[in-house]
Design a protein. Structure first.
Lengths: 323, 129
């Protein structure tokens, strides 16, 4: 594999993954999309980091100080490395920055989960994990726990005003949706995707797609449980409108009206539309193709990394024998 | 992770609790059944109510020949409400970068709100199963 190609391969793969994530997630079952995209993001970030690290190590290895201590021939290294110097320097810097970014995001998320765990414990066990709050703001959400010790389940928190805004059947949809988040541990997939995106900012779109797909996954579970997709769509719409009328009303009373909706806010509408259509088919061919391409790309990156390492070995042995 | 009926574990208990919390008045098993849905058996609902009562989540009083159930109110509720409010304030302040919480519905633009309201008033279409 031509090393120059290998430099751009991780970038190309990451960029492609980012671009295809949302369209792919719309066409395959959400459950598959979540797993596939999360796995792809992790693999992509890891192999990108490996390639960058090996390329960047060239830079470090060629510094006279390091070369002397490692008994490498820096002249030999430089001559055997066909990659341009600026690429090598950028790689070295990139690795350091991305590793810090990844660690920072991981700590931030871990703190968030710890906080959620504390809230869960303070809320008490509820009834089969459901906690009802007396509140005027319609709200419903799932709180995860990391499942250490006795507190294995998360919580579903719903406010009384949300419950009252819905019919009995619509309530079942809401509860099924939130319970699905807890039961299938969606927070872990989302966290993994976000950590991967921290280590590879090209994958921000992929992390977004994973979050959206977990909502769609929970919607599909709920729709199946109640056996009525139209009901699921109606429940979603009614809950959104109920919340909007209270939240928006408060907001315009205190601040200026917020500017046009971000992509975030289209989500409810997209979800409702998806529920009014049949569930996406399993597309084994497409899923297998995407998986295969990603595995090949990662394999190529690994091969490059190991062949670059071989050059190190060569340079090392050359310098040893020449002494 | 499902009960013998194929429902996820605890699903019925959550539905019953939500029903009673929404009503905010004592309800009999028959009324709960009518609210939750007709796919369930009366005895199933009755058993669930009795179980929740045994756990201390519900109190009941005899009304005629049937029990009417209501949520147990306890001092822990106030503390619970305070915790949830604090959590919500943190989240609305943008602290939830960690994506910890999965909210059922995000906030809407006014046009989306209109479209969704339109969806609600649509004449009945065949549901997909």
């Amino acid at each position: 594999m031509n090393p120059t190609t290998a430099v751009w391969l991780p970038v190309a793969v990451s960029g492609t993954l980012a671009v295809v994530s949302a369209p792919l997630a719309r066409r395959i079952p959400p459950r598959t999309a979540v797993r596939l995209l999360t796995g792809a993001a992790v693999v992509c970030t890891f192999s990108t980091a490996c390639v960058l690290a090996v390329l960047g190590a060239d830079v470090l290895g060629q510094l006279p100080v390091v070369a002397r201590s490692g008994q490498w021939s820096s002249a030999e290294l430089r001559s055997t490395t066909p990659v341009a110097a600026d690429v090598r320097y950028v790689s070295a810097v990139a690795v350091v920055v991305l590793v810090f970014s990844t660690l920072h995001r991981t700590v931030h998320i871990a703190r968030g989960f710890a906080r959620a765990g504390r809230v869960c414990r303070r809320l008490g066990p509820g009834v089969a994990g459901l906690v009802v709050i007396e509140d005027d703001t319609p709200d419903a959400y799932a709180l995860p726990t990391l499942g250490v010790g006795a507190d294995l389940g998360g919580r579903v928190v719903v406010s009384t005003s949300m419950l009252r805004a819905l019919t009995g059947a619509e309530r079942s949809v809401l509860l099924a949706h939130e319970s699905a988040h807890v039961r299938h541990r969606h927070h872990l997939y989302v966290a993994l995707a976000r950590v991967a995106a921290a280590g590879n900012p090209l994958l921000l779109k992929t992390a977004e797609a994973v979050t959206v797909a977990t909502e769609r996954w929970a919607d599909e579970v709920a729709a199946q449980e109640v056996g009525d997709r139209r009901l699921a769509a109606t429940a979603l719409a009614r809950a959104a409108v109920a919340r909007a009328s209270v939240v928006q009303g408060r907001r315009s009373a205190t601040f200026a009206r917020l500017p046009a909706a971000s992509s975030d806010n289209r989500l409810v509408l997209d979800r409702a539309r998806a529920l009014l259509q049949p569930p996406p088919h399993r597309r084994r061919a497409l899923t297998s193709l995407v998986t295969a391409v990603l595995l090949c790309a990662s394999l190529a990156a690994a091969v490059t990394a190991s062949s670059t390492e071989d050059r190190f070995e060569l340079a090392h042995s050359t310098s040893s024998t020449s002494r | 992770m499902s009960s013998p009926s194929g429902r996820p574990r605890g699903a019925l208990e959550r539905q019953v609790l939500a029903c009673l919390a929404a009503a905010a008045r004592p309800m009999t098993a028959g009324e709960v059944l009518a609210d939750i849905g007709s796919k369930l058996a009366y005895t199933t609902v009755m058993t669930t109510l009795a179980r929740l009562h045994a756990k201390g989540a519900l109190t009941r009083e005899l009304v005629g020949r049937a029990y009417a159930y209501t949520l147990t109110s306890n001092p822990a509720d106030l503390r619970t409400a305070v915790t949830a409010h604090r959590m919500r304030r943190l989240l609305e302040a943008g602290e939830d970068r960690a994506g910890v919480l999965a909210r059922f519905v995000a906030d809407l633009s006014s046009e989306d709100e209109q479209m969704l309201t339109g969806l609600l008033s649509d004449p009945e279409r065949p549901a997909h199963r």
